[in-house]
Design a protein around this ligand. Structure first.
Ligand code: TXA
Ligand code: MG
Length: 350
């Protein structure tokens, strides 16, 4: 298949292109598109064939449900049933934006889209290109992240092209994703609601909006947990670069020394070593490739840069990555969740 690649400026949206993209979606084709979190691989959520094609294009197990994207609150009850008051409170505060909520699904929504589940994940993104595309495509776009299964989610179109060229009808290049990590997922079918995947919207943000405590799926950070994560997708080795990655935590001096020693040893053995560093320490390392995540306190910059830098290591054929680690508060909880997964939970605590 020849993939059409279109560049769209978020500030001056070419509606003709999005109309054409909408036609592709309505006729059962796939379109990859930008959102504020990461790029999505979209298909018509009410067309079971489109959902099947999404699994195929991604190489994703079909028991891993897709998120349904909407562009108006009026459409929420058309996919979700038994919507609790608390969900409206969260929608008021965080939609459109990087929050996904899980509800019981309506019967009309095909099980192909929900990975066989009776529940549906719904998101209302704020990116204007995504919003217009959803409207043009019929209102309900099923979309996982636009990466091949197991790879880091793409935050720039270049990496969507790398993973999906020839596998989808169209890729829309709308520039870099503002946030860079996937949405926060909250299960609204339980009370209190439960975070199944941490993201840019934190537990504290949600608790403040609800004026009530919520739960967090324990498997999110704990690599030793033997229980099954409640979001099926969280069980897969995910977000993973090709290299073998290790997180290192401790005082800055100890971390720098440990990583430099380990990198020296690996490089002597002929391995190509990459380091994911904070701005404060980046100049202190010795390795083949040193990448700067941002200043240690800047949780937004670090979230924004992580996936792109992991992909850059892949481009450079890096074999081993050492990464500084972070506390697990605020947005760092989401970043650390992705970093631990990328590292297969390999962490050295000094
Ligand atoms: O930011 C995002 O959420 C991006 C953009 C494109 O919107 N999408 C995204 O989709 O990250 P994906 O498919 O890569 O991740 C969706 C996650 C998976 O872990 C999946 O198992 C979980 O959501 N999920 C979807 N429906 C669910 C459901 N009904 N119950 C529990 N987990 C669900
Ligand atoms: Mg994904």
């Amino acid at each position: 298949m020849d993939t059409i690649i279109e560049v769209i400026d978020e500030k001056d949206i070419n509606k003709d292109v999005l109309k054409k993209a909408g036609e592709i979606l309505k006729s059962g084709g796939l379109v990859a598109f930008p959102t504020e979190t990461v790029y999505g691989l979209g298909g018509d959520a009410f067309n079971p064939d489109s959902s099947r094609k999404i699994y195929e294009a991604k190489g994703r197990p079909s028991d891993n449900p897709l998120i349904v994207h909407i562009a108006t609150m009026d459409d929420l009850p058309k996919v979700a049933a038994d919507i609790p008051e608390k969900a409206y409170a969260l929608a008021d505060k965080f939609w459109p934006g990087p929050l996904t909520m899980i509800f019981n699904k309506v019967d009309a929504l095909p099980k192909e889209t929900t990975g066989g589940l009776d529940t549906v994940a719904v998101r209302f993104p704020v990116n204007p290109i995504a919003m217009e595309l959803i409207k043009q495509g019929g209102g309900f776009i099923a979309a996982p992240s636009a990466n091949r299964s197991g790879r880091p989610s793409p935050t720039i179109a270049k990496y969507v092209v790398e993973d999906l060229d020839g596998r989808v009808e169209m890729i829309i290049d709308g520039g870099a994703s503002v946030i860079g990590l996937e949405s926060t997922i909250v299960d609204m079918t339980v009370d209190p609601p439960m975070i199944l995947r941490p993201g840019f919207i934190t537990k504290e943000d949600i608790e403040e909006a609800l004026k009530a405590d919520i739960d967090v799926d324990k498997t999110i950070i704990d690599g030793n947990s033997t229980s099954k994560p409640k979001a099926p997708g969280m069980k897969y080795r995910h977000y993973a670069p090709k290299a073998d990655m290790t997180l290192v935590s401790g005082s800055p001096e100890n971390v720098v020394k440990y990583i430099n020693d380990a990198a020296d040893k690996d490089m002597k053995n002929g391995l190509k070593v990459g380091i994911l560093a904070t701005d404060e320490n980046a100049s202190l390392y010795r390795a083949d490739s040193i990448k700067d995540l941002g200043q240690r306190m800047d949780e937004k910059a670090i979230a924004h840069n992580l996936f792109r830098l992991l992909r850059e290591f892949d481009d450079e054929n890096i074999n081993v990555i050492y990464a500084e680690s972070f506390e697990t508060k605020g947005v760092f909880q989401a970043t650390m969740n992705r970093m631990l997964k990328a590292a297969g939970h390999k962490e050295v605590k000094l």
